[in-house]
Design a protein around this ligand. Structure first.
Ligand SMILES: Cc1cc2nc3c(=O)[nH]c(=O)nc-3n(C[C@H](O)[C@H](O)[C@H](O)COP(=O)(O)OP(=O)(O)OC[C@H]3O[C@@H](n4cnc5c(N)ncnc54)[C@H](O)[C@@H]3O)c2cc1C
Length: 343
């Protein structure tokens, strides 16, 4: 049996008009209300940023995700270089968003540039709020210990190249501002044929077989699979992909399809595995309810990255590592270390 696989490069800018490339200073979030944010500013800003020396700000965009204008590695290198140069010149930084990306970014900057004024603003009242409470506590303690100011439970109303305005009108200014508020799925190109499968956020709603319709599957960050409601991670994208591959084979043979996630992990919940780095030598690693902090996190992350790259290059060391790792993590998750909390 052979299948034709077409990998389409993102060459058409019209298809990639991502929502985050929106104009500056546009209202971003719903307004604060006592019900949505009861302890807004329970942690008041200890001080407002003083005016900082003028430095040309970088364009308001997220340098860690490629845009349609950066199809080549050389384009990405140029983006990274100008972002690094802007950070080099800065004396103050604002990170907007308290999920893993914002936390890791703030921690990297705090570790590499301890003299900088760093403020992390987040609508959620805890950092990494989708993760277990020990993760919130460890991330907050680590950042506060390094002088990062946390402004939690605060809605950002407007962004500009050098600051943001909170819903109560408080203005925060800095030389560089990074947006880490998550990404809307890049599903614009699918609106014509799959409009009825898109939810309000633009995610593709799949059925239990990860299908949009018979013979059309979707996976990864672009989908929402309501029964599992998983975190959007590379790990879960891979589980999605493994099930889709198996279902394509089964469909071809006329066999019954597997349902997600039990068809691939042997349980109705997939293992929740993640690692949040806090600078180069610290972090938090979690497997379902088990959370461990310290130097084990960067070592784990390094091991995962190294072996993943080896597996992608089809080197036996990587392939065998992940064949065993995937089997063992599913076994652990079904037996002694079951997922905790809600779906
Ligand atoms: C800064 C950052 C750090 C992260 N760290 C981790 C981590 O430590 N661990 C972890 O598990 N996860 C992490 N994630 C999440 C992880 O990267 C994603 O969950 C994962 O990449 C999802 O894979 P995907 O294939 O669904 O989407 P992507 O990796 O985003 O790939 C989508 C691809 O589709 C292409 N594309 C989009 N639209 C079109 C179109 N119309 N036509 C053709 N091509 C198109 C894009 O160019 C891209 O190549 C991180 C994410 C970010 C942003």
């Amino acid at each position: 049996m052979s299948h034709r696989i077409d990998l389409l490069p993102p060459t058409c800018p019209a298809h990639f008009a991502r929502p985050r490339a929106r104009p500056l200073a546009r209202p971003l979030a719903r307004p604060l209300s006592p019900t949505t944010c009861p302890d807004h500013f329970a942690r008041p800003l200890s001080r407002r940023f003083p005016p900082t020396r003028h430095t040309p700000p970088i364009p308001l965009r997220s340098p860690w995700k490629p845009t349609a204008n950066e199809p080549k590695l050389s384009d990405r290198r140029s983006t990274w270089s100008s972002a690094a140069a802007a950070l080099e010149r800065a004396s103050s930084v604002i990170v907007v968003g308290g999920g893993p990306v914002g936390v890791e970014l703030a921690a990297e900057i705090a570790a590499a540039r301890p003299h900088l004024d760093i403020t992390l603003v987040s609508r959620s009242k805890r950092l990494c709020s989708a993760m277990p409470p020990q993760v919130h506590e460890r991330c907050e303690a680590w950042l506060e210990c390094r002088g990062v100011r946390l402004v939690l439970g605060a809605d950002v109303r407007e962004l500009s190249e050098s600051g943001c305005t909170l819903a109560d009108g408080t203005q925060l200014d800095a030389d560089v501002l990074y947006q880490c508020m998550g990404f809307r799925p890049a599903t614009g190109a699918l609106r014509t044929h799959f409009r009825e499968r898109l939810d309000q956020s633009g995610a593709l709603v799949v059925n239990e077989f990860l299908q949009l319709k018979p013979h059309v599957y979707a996976m990864g960050d672009a989908i929402v699979h309501r029964a599992s409601n998983e975190l959007k991670l590379a790990h879960t994208a891979e589980l999605n992909a493994a099930l889709v591959v198996e279902n394509v084979r089964r469909q071809h043979r006329g066999d019954p399809l597997l349902t997600y996630p039990d068809g691939i992990v042997g349980s109705d919940r997939s293992p929740r595995v993640f690692c949040v780095s806090l600078g180069p030598h610290h972090g938090v690693v979690a497997f379902n309810g088990l959370v461990v902090g310290g130097v084990i996190a960067p070592i784990t992350k390094w091991l995962i990255e190294w072996t993943k790259v080896a597996a992608c290059a089809e080197r036996p060391v990587g392939v065998l590592f992940w064949r065993f790792g995937d089997w063992f993590s599913c076994l652990l998750s079904r037996t002694v270390l079951r997922p905790v909390g809600e779906h």
